[in-house]
Design a protein around this ligand. Structure first.
Ligand code: UDP
Length: 327
């Protein structure tokens, strides 16, 4: 069986990717430093603890498993934190990815699937963002991801490292079978924070900004189900295995929802009120991020099945009430 090296495989999206890879007949090898990931989430293949900045450790893992491809999820991913601590993002995300990419090339592993983000586009109001849109990130998280995209292009030109870059919009939901789900400590993302507030596990949710130039004054995001998202990654591997050229794909649905609309859906799904207060804007937040995602549908044959907001919150709620990890 073919091995795929999954960095960040102990995290939210990486653990779902491991499940999808195993279902598709691959052996997912998780490489994770467990700073934000959970060993309990590694259920579908071997686990190798290590840090992306540790080149010798990476070389050992490449030599041991000889993976056919890398899926690179490991990253720091909080917009607010990236504004306060940009050095963390440049070191972990950019220097860590560069070390990984160099190790992959040295090992002859020349297929690379990369988690990028809609945050690379920045604030472009009233525009549907497709893969040809300009990239003007307004936070250090988005800037770090754009830099890694540039590194991949240079390594393809110099060394032939073929890659698929996925620019995610807002990922939500959980494995409907409940084997893995979203669990961050500390949590910063809207959907799990909302569900915590509903359950009384934390204080009221703060809406970050009600004075944006949107119909209800709150930020608009395009939410995509984590299971649909990782399905696209398996299609991305096939794309590379078929010898196709490096390509960028957005992963979103093309539908935007405001923070208030997400609250309304959550109340309907859970039948419980969402305790919330209105607060000031969070540094680095874009007003509106909505995807043009036709390319993934047309070229990869991607068919998102679970990415209605209702389904995502239903799956997240089911996981949320029972699921958590210990380190
Ligand atoms: N948000 C919010 N309160 C929170 C967390 C998030 O109002 O406690 C808003 C945030 O401003 C953004 C949206 O919810 O407009 C999604 O934020 P999240 O952190 O989940 O993802 P991001 O868009 O930063 O990747």
């Amino acid at each position: 069986m073919q091995h795929v090296l999954v960095t960040g495989g102990a995290g939210y999206i990486g653990s779902h990717a491991c499940k999808a890879l195993a279902a598709a007949g691959f052996v997912p090898v998780t490489f994770d430093n467990l700073v934000t990931g959970w060993q309990d989430a590694v259920k579908f293949g071997p686990f190798e603890q290590g840090d992306l900045l540790d080149r010798a450790r990476l070389d050992d893992v490449f030599a041991q498993y000889q993976p056919v491809a890398v899926m690179h999820f490991a990253a720091l991913s909080q917009v607010g934190e990236s504004m306060a601590e940009p050095g963390l993002y440049w070191r972990n995300n950019v220097q860590g990815s560069l070390t990984l990419i160099e190790a992959a090339v040295a090992a002859g592993c020349m297929q690379f699937v990369f988690s990028s983000t809609c945050a690379t586009y920045g604030d472009q109001d009233n525009v549907v963002l497709d893969e040809t849109s300009e990239q003007h990130p307004i936070n250090a998280y988005g800037a770090s991801k754009r830099a890694i995209e540039d590194i991949l292009r240079d390594f393809e030109a110099a060394h032939g490292l073929r890659h698929v870059i996925f620019r995610y919009f807002n990922v939500a939901g959980a494995d409907p079978e409940g084997e893995v789900g979203e669990f961050h400590q500390p949590e910063t993302h809207l959907v799990p924070l909302m569900l915590d507030a509903i359950e009384g596990k934390r204080d009221a949710l703060t809406i970050y900004g009600t004075d944006y130039d949107t119909p209800d004054g709150t930020c608009i995001r395009d939410y995509v189900h984590v299971c649909d998202l990782v399905d696209a990654h398996v299609l991305g591997l096939k794309w590379l295995a078929d010898g196709k050229a490096s390509r960028v794909f957005n992963l979103g649905t093309g539908s935007g929802f405001s923070v208030r609309e997400v609250l309304d859906h959550s109340r309907e799904v859970t039948n419980k009120p969402v305790p919330h207060v209105e607060g000031s804007r969070r540094a680095g937040d874009c007003t509106k991020l909505v995807s043009g995602s036709q390319r993934a549908v047309d070229e990869l044959g991607w068919q998102p099945h679970r990415s209605t907001l209702r389904q995502m919150i239903t799956d997240a709620w089911r996981w949320h009430q029972n699921g958590h990890y210990d380190r």
